[in-house]
Design a protein around this ligand. Structure first.
Ligand code: PXG
Length: 469
């Protein structure tokens, strides 16, 4: 099949869609994918992007309400980021930070991150992804407790349905049971508590009461393990990949109180929530926690180039630094100059466009208002938003909040209609989720809502036609 309908041709597209699909099937193993099923169907090839839109190799224009994969915070096509990468590649494409050397972009970015982070975060350790950053956290918190003379403080508590990456440590800290089922995970020294998912676990209680109860699960787990054995608690301020689970307002202050009470380090995984997504620079500022460590990736460069890291608060930094000994950990690309140069341009652009303030004061509240209106739809049992992330809980019966069976695969049905209608909205089980670029204006939010409604209506029609339940 020849490509004759390209609306927005990609400069590097030299083959037909079919040829690319065949080559992809022959050589490319995709993440989290049933390769056999994908190869039978044929992959969709994305060829270019601009603003909040992406285009596929058949010329279809698609509204990307997931910002790539929760990362393109400033939208596609930002020249400042492209220029920063080009300039840095010409000047110094790489140098390491291992052997008493540094690079200008890594130094400048470290200072800039200390400026935008909450007070007390003056140091940063770099990796290239969220997973690596969370691996660093495991090494770092255990090193901290060793240096504190409490090496038995070894266990890190995470949450069911939390996502902290796909490396051995990242997947172990996360609470995705289908990931634990492959590869002998979790690694030793990791425990989990249930997530603060009101719709699933809080029915019959007030949200506030449920928030306290869910935080109480942390205290129960600490006491079960022995408080002197627990090194840290790690959590996303708002669970992202788990389905945009916004906890009740009472949850995080109580979590903070419990961590303080037992002296346990609090790690805020800011890989999704960081860099403006929730209407503050970091999600912990939105939910009101005071973490000791923050991991970040994705939005730090708006996904234009891989970069991640750990912001290290005073409590840990002081102990690590004053010890005067090596921390035997690091990556070739820790502080990669090109990635750091792009991050600087990205953060400066976020500041210049006042995107964090816009999400907090304008687009976030407007999206929340629009999402509330979806509650009237026959398929919608609940909606949640925080800043520019949102979830739509699909239900079979609004009166009882009864959910569809797994066999109905309702999320995938809806996702299919989104795709067909030119909208990328993710399905996590029976929750439809979005995290669009922070550059969105009201007209684009209206467009997103129109496309989402259309997909919901088509899903409802299929539910009725096929009697899905
Ligand atoms: N922490 C959080 C909170 C994440 O969302 C990671 C760590 C790992 O980052 P890296 O860069 O190693 O992938 C993530 C990643 C999804 C999806 O399906 C979400 C992520 C990655 C892939 C898919 O929503 N988040």
């Amino acid at each position: 099949m020849q490509n004759t309908v390209i609306v927005a041709p990609a400069t590097v597209q030299r083959r037909s869609t079919k040829e690319y699909q065949q080559l992809d099937a022959a050589h490319f193993l995709h993440p989290f994918t049933d390769t056999k099923a994908l190869n039978a169907k044929g992959v969709r090839i994305i060829t270019k992007a601009e603003g909040v839109y992406i285009w596929d190799s058949e010329g279809h224009k698609i509204f990307d309400a997931m910002s790539g994969l929760w990362c393109v915070n400033v939208g596609y096509g930002q020249q400042a980021l492209i220029d920063a990468a080009t300039r840095q590649m010409q000047e110094l494409p790489f140098y390491n930070a291992f052997f008493q050397t540094s690079t200008v972009p890594a130094i400048e970015l470290s200072a800039l991150l200390a400026e935008v982070a909450p007070p007390g975060f003056k140091h940063v350790f770099y990796g290239s992804s969220g997973s690596e950053s969370n691996d660093t956290v495991v090494r770092m918190v255990r090193r901290y407790w060793d240096l504190m003379g409490q090496p038995q403080r070894h266990t890190i508590i995470g949450r069911m349905n939390g996502y902290h990456g796909s490396t051995m440590a990242g997947a172990s800290l996360g609470g995705m049971t289908y990931m634990h089922a492959q590869g002998g995970l979790p690694i030793p020294g990791v425990a989990h508590i249930e997530q603060p998912h009101y719709f699933l676990h809080g029915q019959g209680m007030t949200e506030d009461a449920f928030g306290l109860k869910a935080a109480g699960w942390l205290e129960e787990k600490i006491l079960e393990l022995g408080a002197d054995k627990v090194a840290a608690f790690i959590a996303e301020p708002i669970q992202g990949a788990g389905g945009v689970i916004v906890p009740p307002k009472t949850y995080w202050p109580e979590i903070q109180r419990i961590c303080d009470k037992y002296g346990i380090l609090l790690v805020s995984d800011e890989v999704i929530c960081g860099f403006g997504r929730t209407g503050n620079w970091f999600g912990c500022q939105t939910v009101g926690s005071r973490p000791d460590l923050m991991t970040f990736a994705k939005g730090v460069t708006s996904g234009y180039i891989p970069l991640g890291g750990v912001m290290v608060g005073e409590r840990v930094a002081k102990v690590l630094i004053e010890q005067g000994a090596d921390f035997n950990h690091g990556y070739t690309y820790s502080g990669h100059p090109v990635a750091c140069a792009v991050a600087i341009a990205n953060i400066k652009l976020i500041q210049k466009m006042r995107l964090v303030e816009r999400v907090r004061e304008d687009t976030g509240p407007y999206l929340a208002e629009q999402f509330q209106q979806l509650r009237e739809h026959p398929l919608v049992g609940d909606v949640q938003t925080c800043g520019l992330m949102g979830a739509i809980q699909l239900v079979k019966d609004k009166a009882t909040n009864a959910r569809f069976s797994d066999a109905a695969d309702i999320g995938m049905v809806c996702r299919g209609y989104c795709f067909d209608g030119g909208l990328i909205m993710r399905a996590v089980g029976d929750r439809m989720i979005i995290a669009p670029p922070m550059t969105m204006d009201h007209a684009q939010i209206d467009e997103l809502m129109r496309l989402a409604r259309k997909a919901l209506d088509a899903t409802l029609a299929e539910v009725r036609a096929k009697n899905l339940s």
